[in-house]
Design a protein. Structure first.
Length: 205
């Protein structure tokens, strides 16, 4: 694809959309996608050692497979500062690698104020992340913040749950949800300005 990725805010599901399947409010700010630089996605969780590094790698792989490397860039960050500089949790690394995702080279960083202007789409994993991110987010950038899970194929799934204190199933569940939702994000971006929110009652095919 040689054209810049367009992003119509009306093509991006909000939390309320996922719950009500309603059209988002009109008049939302259009993120900058003038073609001068890649479209930038930031994946955000709490520690930046489990969910968001996984989401970053899955999204990067799907972007590469779609031939869009260079047009879409992906990064990740945590709302907390507990693990700054750490490699991803060994369980996340192991489960990701079983599906072909090598996240070993990532290092955790904390969300920075500059990220709100730097990124075009800020995808959080759960309600707490959303609350923490929005609490810091300048008003003009709030429309960039979405839950990753609402891009997935299951309308009732609104979060990618924290696997940190659980067992192996939780890490597999993260991968299942993230793979599904990243495909939805990519589809929305590829549909671009021509896409509209799905009608009430569910996602269209
Ligand atoms: P993440 O998981 O937010 O998916 O990276 C966690 C990692 C660490 C902690 C909690 C969640 N922690 O409490 O240290």
């Amino acid at each position: 694809m040689s054209q810049p990725i367009p992003l119509d805010p009306e093509s991006i599901p909000t939390q309320a959309d996922a719950e009500t399947r309603a059209m988002p409010p009109s008049g939302a700010e259009k993120p900058a996608t003038d073609g001068a630089r890649p479209f930038r996605i930031l994946m955000v969780c709490l520690g930046n050692i489990c969910r968001s590094p996984t989401a970053q790698c899955v999204m990067e792989q799907q972007v590469a497979e779609a031939g869009l490397r260079g047009q879409i860039q992906v990064d990740s960050a945590g709302t907390g500062d507990y693990h700054i500089g750490d490699a991803p949790d060994h369980r996340s690394q192991e489960h990701a690698l079983k599906r072909g995702y090598d996240i070993s080279g990532q290092r955790a960083r904390q969300l920075a104020d500059a990220d709100f202007a730097e990124f075009d789409l800020i995808l959080v994993m759960d309600e707490a992340n959303e609350r923490d991110v929005l609490a810091r987010c300048p008003r003009q950038h709030r429309d960039k913040v979405r839950r990753l899970a609402v891009f997935g194929s299951q309308p009732q799934v609104l979060e990618v749950p924290d696997p940190y204190f659980g067992g192996a199933d939780g890490f597999e569940h993260v991968l299942d949800l993230v793979e599904d939702a990243c495909a939805g994000v990519l589809a929305r971006l590829q549909q671009g300005a021509d896409s509209k929110m799905p009608p009430a009652g569910g996602m269209e095919g």
